[in-house]
Design a protein around this ligand. Sequence first.
Ligand SMILES: [Zn+2]
Length: 332
Amino acid sequence: MSKQTDNYAALASALRLGYDMTNNVIHGQWNGYHIIIYAADSRYPYWLTVQTSARNPYGANPSKEQIKAFTKAVKPINSLVQDGNHVRININFAMGGKAALEKLTACMVESLNAFTSFLYQGGFIPCCSMCGMQKYAAPHWSAGNYYHLCADCETSMRQKLAVAKQPKPENIVGGIVGALLGSLLGVLCIVVLGQAGYVAALSGVIMAVGVLKGYELLGGRLTKKGIVISIIIMLGMTYVGNQLDWAVALYTKGGASDFGFNLFDCYRMVPRALSGGVIESRAYWGNMALIYIFLLLGAVPTIYGRVKEKQQQGLLIKIGSAASYNSPPQWK
Ligand SMILES: [Zn+2]
């Protein structure tokens, strides 16, 4: 168990709330409102978001001024966001030492009391975040978002996700065409940045996103086969981008345009310019190596992210249904 898991469990226990350690979410009721507490950005585990689902049945929402006055008055609360029936507050807490649990607990109690009384005074009644009806709504997670769902909305959301998950037929030829079209964005980026004197991971990201999105758009869906084809296209088109970058350099800085050569002639001249010493071979291979390193840096997280997104597609997770914490939690 990680230190962070232990600390969340200790915080949940101090607040007398539940902790779902599989999904890393603290959940429960506070003054009648169903709340979940989670880190919106996993890199900052103690910048916590508290989310509830509630609405004013008469549609009277707090004004910008009221929200500003509220977040100013309650020190630990950085911001309050109302997004449909979702209402969230953000609490940024800097961690420090063993006393942190006490401090964090005190901050959370203050924030939760202030938040729930703000909602109560604004006439907000707990509801389902989808249909807005005043029914029991359990916390859920799907595709990166949290919801409080009533039983009916949970069922209909599961059905919708199941339909969306139905595999569409894959059109490999379409996918290849799409990937090639998408890769042109990456090539453009390599050339434009290259001419400006940069080699950047940005080109790799754009190449990867362009190829994967292109494959999916025209190929219908992205399968393992599609990913392999996409990687081959990325490698090949990165080479083309690099050659084109040198061709543009020959055309403009090399003065080839003055001799009546066009850009295509220059592209064909790159290998000869390299063997003839017009292009310095160290610069050429060094640049090529950099471009491929940056492709790796840009493409690997993109592909990993897409694969993870695919795996999580169609999932609706009920918070608090799986794991519980057995031993008394300790702050570490
Ligand atoms: Zn509902």
